[in-house]
Design a protein around this ligand. Structure first.
Ligand code: FAD
Ligand code: NAP
Length: 449
């Protein structure tokens, strides 16, 4: 049985592991990624000051060492390879392409200079090749981060961490240099609902109170009138941490991290140069709907927040990929429980599957993909009886096809060479690695350009 997995993030790697562990069938796995480097958001999303989380890549390295596994980096589905190519060369296909596009606030002024989606800011500090030239202007004193999830918390933390804390991490060198000269000393994290509905998790919230020279600021009135929460729940823990922040004495020369609740941006305001100079906010009341869920409703009361940069961190989505059935409403690969379907008729597209954020949207931690990808692999095993009898082109034909098209794909051994170079470059600043952020430079280093 020959399987193509598109995307080398956690969901793709856990799918590979489950496929390679099958005892009923010998499975050969070819994994493709549009970047020369593997690991998706573990490399390009997880914050540089969270190295312990990145250690999960050791598990993926074990998978990559299996003899039936091959990696083809620098190969983009929809450009270097088509879905038709995959159908010809493989028995089954797994889309594990994540959610690489950002979601929009849909308000006037969005998109002007210094209103930068979290995708860009995070990609920039993590050295994602797509964002290495992003214009991140840190000459402004105040920044608003919109959203109350862990991504908003990550962005705020990286903006306020001291250079001494950051240089020990694998933050991209260009970002470290810019952050050393940063004028940002006040960050606002803006939640549209209340503190009891915030999506961030207690460990991440608590960390905001543990940074060198940074005071978290919470207005006690924002914590009054919260809906009751279950004792011991995430919400309960969050509220207790926020209460401790509200009660804290603040230093005089410290940077400030404000956590504001029940406010929605309604307009990004521009200065005479057309760059962000403020954010118009509407106060919200929280409405409970039938079924118990809550929504934020504007009260008609507005305020202006003077900020020089806005970072919306309000979720992610998938942009369509040529030939891959796409669910326009959910902005994911059209699927039923991981089986790809036609988005209109909902008929199953035989032998095609989807895992990870491309299947569910941007929800869930790295570890959650292990069981979720294994669940989809169980469908693949159930559906695939007899499939391996189909005669396919020789296994190396896919590499020949890529070469014929002039695609300079890189193997897992090539990546390990890049990895070694990055790690030894990192030693200069006592960091775990200093990332190479330019695809051309990676290929040149491997002697392919
Ligand atoms: C900023 C941020 C920080 C996070 N921090 C944590 C954390 O600390 N702890 C935690 O548990 N979870 C964290 N998460 C969540 C975690 O990263 C995700 O749950 C997980 O990465 C999703 O896995 P995935 O494989 O679906 O997608 P991804 O990790 O995004 O992988 C998708 C892969 O597909 C490739 N790809 C995309 N399109 C194509 C194409 N057309 N052709 C070929 N390849 C393609 C991409 O290059 C990428 O490598 C974080 C998420 C974000 C956004
Ligand atoms: N350290 C970590 O473990 C870590 C770090 C980063 C990410 N992650 C994980 O990655 C996943 C994605 O994280 P995320 O932060 O992107 O998503 P998230 O947890 O879903 O949070 C998104 C936030 O954006 C808000 N939002 C959405 N649309 C908005 C709008 N139009 N205006 C204002 N606010 C809006 C949401 O508010 P509502 O709730 O009101 O919709 C929510 O607060 C999560 O599972 C997260 O835990 C983990």
């Amino acid at each position: 049985m020959r399987v193509a997995i598109i995307g080398s993030g956690p969901a793709g790697f856990y799918a590979a592991e489950a496929l390679l562990r099958r005892t009923d069938e010998v499975v050969q796995v070819d994994m493709f990624d549009r970047l020369p480097t593997p690991y998706g958001l573990v490399r390009a999303g997880v914050a540089p000051d969270h190295q312990n989380i990145k250690a999960v890549t050791r598990v993926y390295e074990k998978t990559s060492a299996r003899p039936e596994f091959r990696f083809f980096g620098n190969v983009r589905l929809g450009k270097d390879l088509t879905v038709e190519d995959l159908r010809r060369h493989y028995n089954q296909i797994v889309y594990a392409v994540g959610n690489e596009a950002d979601r929009r606030m849909g308000i006037p002024g969005e998109g002007m200079p210094r209103c930068t989606p979290a995708t860009v800011f995070i990609g920039w500090y993590n050295g994602h090749p797509d964002y290495r030239h992003a214009q991140i202007d840190l000459s402004v004193p105040r920044v608003a981060v919109v959203g109350n999830g862990n991504v908003a918390v990550d962005a705020a933390r990286i903006l306020l961490r001291s250079p001494a804390e950051l240089e020990k991490t694998d933050i991209a060198a260009h970002a470290l240099a810019a952050l050393r000269n940063s004028q940002v000393h006040e960050v606002y994290i803006l939640g549209r609902r209340g503190p009891e509905q915030a999506a961030f998790t207690p460990v991440e919230l608590k960390e905001l109170g543990e940074m060198e020279g940074v005071d978290p600021v919470v207005a006690p009135e924002d914590l009054a009138d919260c809906a009751s929460v279950e004792p011991g729940s995430q919400q309960d823990k969050n509220l207790k941490i926020l209460q401790s922040f509200a009660a804290r004495e603040r230093g005089r020369d410290t940077k400030k991290l404000h956590l504001r609740f029940r406010v929605s941006p309604t307009e990004v305001l521009a200065d005479a140069d057309g760059k962000v100079c403020g954010l118009k906010l509407e106060k919200n009341s929280i409405e409970t709907q039938a079924g118990g869920s809550t929504v934020a409703r504007g009260t008609g009361e507005f305020e202006m927040l003077e900020v020089g940069m806005v970072l919306p961190a309000i979720g992610f989505s998938l942009d369509p990929i040529d030939g891959v059935p796409y669910d326009e409403a959910a902005r994911i690969v059209a699927n039923e429980d991981g089986r790809v379907v036609d988005p209109v008729s909902r008929a199953v597209v035989a032998n095609e599957y989807v895992v990870g954020w491309a299947r569910t949207g941007p929800r869930g931690l790295i570890g959650s993909h292990k069981a979720a990808s294994a669940h989809v692999v169980a469908h693949m095993a159930a559906d695939g009886l007899g499939l391996s009898a189909r005669e396919l082109p020789p296994r190396d034909a896919i590499a020949d096809l890529l070469r014929k098209r002039g695609v300079q794909f890189i193997s897992f051994e090539d990546w390990k060479r890049l990895d070694d170079v990055e790690v030894s470059r990192g030693e200069r600043r006592a960091a775990p690695r200093d990332k190479i952020v330019d695809v051309e430079a990676m290929l040149a280093l491997l002697g392919q350009r």
